[in-house]
Design a binder for this molecule. Structure first.
Ligand code: GCB
Length: 620
């Protein structure tokens, strides 16, 4: 049966030429967007944990062992049971386990967890408020990589994918007084996960972003979106959830500028379309105006802060609010700070990193690589005025021929788009990073491109592609030979000439490019490693001098590409990578940062900052 389903699914994919029918089906059943603005109870903080390398805690999932003595999710007070004496016997106790602060990857919590990769159980207890006819939901902003959620001993939900939020309704599963929430987190990656087990960053494991219990009325606004159309109108959509979702009047207010009422259809949906509001200040990096937007339905209010801008391409230009803009950016991994880091993004850290880009590098753009970054970062990008490239970790290779893997990718995209589509900062959805060309891979990406276009026709689509070099006569020419080009609004390439391989730095400015002339190009990556403080005027690789010279010469090369519309060199800060084990220079770190892992600026930082400062004057 499964095989037939996959065969039909693959055929459907092959037949695909425009918007796929499944984009709508991929809407997660519950979104609770803007959940921070809702009535909520913070569940981050101190959780107990228990390692489970041999996965004994999950055993009854396959119907094997009922009431195993190792099932960490059981709703049992082990200490009390033990005090009774007799035949009861447990080999776990989540109440008396060691404590970890959530959110945050576990890898830095204890030295013994640095390289722990597998299943880990987390528990905390909480007392909910009375629901009084309302509803309650657990919302996890990110659990890496798989999550098994249990409330009071019963499974209430599962999720796969380490960087996107998910919501589980618990209205019927909560009890009065103390509740026991247990989460099994499985960090194992394999050939069918996204990303796979091989990347150039530390995959980490854990509940890496906040967890909240969110309270709503019985019928509530699950999601609402607004954006500016190029003709000046404001358009959008909303979705109610609950017994009275159909036929409801919802009022929409944009600051003091505009308001309207819409009525939901039988499914609780409504489209929004408002005439161009007079006096609307458009959002841009120079003037990141955000409006307090409010959607109100009978008894429920959903609030957001939304900026309004348009994004488009014309020939080889990217147009923000109908004016050409050059993307002065840098790539960034999610926060890991200090010599023993683990992924954990706080608002302070996000602000500090984005400030480096905006104010010290004179940037207006950031590539949030290689996965959806935290909601905090995206909201700050809106507030501070930085344009954003967003991507999901379809990176290097995934199992291209496997329809179940494609389905995962499409769901991750949907979760990302629904999470961030009110963020004016996000202008580009990327469908892949450095994926070697093959027919199955191109089909996979084409399905992703069609999916994301159907989910969000208002933004641009790109992918970070590999370049090819070939000889034409005596000339060495760099091109993109990739059938995926046709699916993309903006071309993007990662280029490492002068770092990997044996090109001399002096030859970089003269490099010849042969590129499509009708579309903008972004240099989505270029970079060279440097160990902060390692100096040598002899242009040795890994010195700050080499990295700075590499930047000077690559920027000189870039300036000669006529279709160039932006760049995001690799990378803002040194980051952990288990691939990088040179014992003197790397020690587990990718050293291509313009900043060291503790934030020390390398020489190349100044080179890029000067270049952007100079450009900023000319291109706005
Ligand atoms: C790339 C990858 C990035 C790596 C980088 C490198 O092209 O996209 O994830 O970290 O190269 O340092 O080689």
């Amino acid at each position: 049966m499964k095989k037939i389903f996959y065969a039909i699914f693959t055929l459907l994919l092959l037949a695909l030429d425009s918007a796929p029918a499944w984009a709508d089906d991929l809407r997660p059943p519950l979104l609770l967007t803007g959940s921070l603005q809702r009535d909520n109870q913070e569940l981050s903080g101190a959780w107990t944990y228990s390692k489970d390398l041999y996965r004994t805690g999950l055993t009854d999932i396959n119907g094997w062992v009922a009431k195993s003595r190792m099932q960490r999710y059981r709703d049992v007070n082990v200490a009390q049971e033990e005090a009774k004496g007799g035949a009861g016997f447990f080999e776990f106790d989540m109440d008396r386990g060691p404590v970890m602060t959530i959110p945050g990857a576990w890898n830095a919590a204890q030295p013994e967890l640095r390289y722990y990769d597998g299943l880990m159980w987390f528990q905390r207890k909480f007392t909910p408020r009375e629901l009084k006819g309302g509803r309650a939901f657990l919302r996890f902003e990110a659990v890496n990589y798989r999550a098994y959620i249990y409330l009071n001993g019963k499974e209430v939900g599962r999720h796969e994918g380490g960087f996107t939020p998910f919501v589980v309704e618990v209205s019927g599963a909560l009890r009065d007084g103390e509740n026991r929430l247990t989460v099994g987190v499985d960090s194992l990656h394999d050939a069918q996960t996204i990303p796979t087990q091989i990347t150039d960053w530390d995959l980490y494991g854990g509940i890496t972003r906040p967890v909240r219990l969110i309270y709503t009325p019985a019928t509530f606004i699950d999601d609402a979106t607004l954006h500016l159309e190029r003709d000046g109108r404001i358009a959008g959509a909303l979705q109610l959830n609950g017994p009275n979702a159909g036929g409801q009047t919802v009022t929409v207010k944009i600051g003091n500028l505009a308001s309207a009422s819409v009525t939901t259809d039988a499914q609780g949906r409504a489209a929004i379309s408002l005439p161009a509001p007079r006096g609307l200040q458009r959002w841009s990096p120079d003037s990141p105006t955000l409006y307090d937007v409010q959607f109100a339905a009978n008894g429920d209010v959903l609030r957001d802060r939304i900026g309004f801008r348009t994004i488009a391409v014309r020939g080889s230009q990217i147009l923000l609010n109908d004016k050409p803009i050059f993307l002065r950016g840098v790539s960034m991994h999610e926060e890991e700070f200090g010599p023993n880091p683990a992924r954990n993004m706080t608002e302070q850290a996000a602000r500090a990193l984005l400030t480096e880009i905006k104010h010290n590098l004179h940037g207006n753009y950031v590539r949030l690589s290689h996965y959806p970054h935290s909601e905090t970062t995206l909201r700050l990008a809106d507030e501070m005025g930085l344009l954003v490239w967003s991507e999901i970790p379809v990176y290097w290779t995934v199992d291209w021929d496997n329809p179940a893997v494609l389905r995962k990718a499409l769901s991750m995209q949907a979760e990302t788009v629904y999470r961030d589509r009110n963020r004016a900062s996000v202008i580009l959805w990327s469908v892949g990073n450095e994926t070697p060309v093959s027919a199955p891979r191109t089909r996979f990406h084409a399905a992703m491109a069609a999916n994301v276009r159907a989910l969000d026709p208002t933004r641009l689509i790109s992918a970070a592609l590999l370049v090819e070099r070939h000889k034409t006569g005596n000339e060495d020419v760099t091109t993109i030979q990739d059938p995926l080009l046709d699916q993309l609004d903006v071309l993007a390439v990662n280029t490492y000439a002068g770092w990997y391989g044996d090109d001399a730095l002096a030859d970089l400015p003269g490099m010849k490019w042969d590129l499509p002339k009708d579309r903008p190009l972004i240099l989505s990556e270029f970079g060279a490693d440097a160990l902060a403080g390692y100096r040598d005027a002899g242009m040795k690789k890994f010195t700050e001098e080499y990295q700075a010279e590499y930047y000077r010469n690559t920027l000189a090369m870039a300036a000669r590409i006529p279709t160039l519309a932006g760049m995001s060199p690799w990378v803002l800060k040194d980051f952990r990578s288990p691939r990088r084990e040179h014992p003197l220079l790397q020690n587990g770190w990718n050293r291509k940062g313009l900043l060291s892992e503790t934030g020390v600026r390398k020489q190349a930082f100044g080179v890029l900052a000067d270049f952007y400062l100079h450009m900023g004057g000319k291109t706005g």
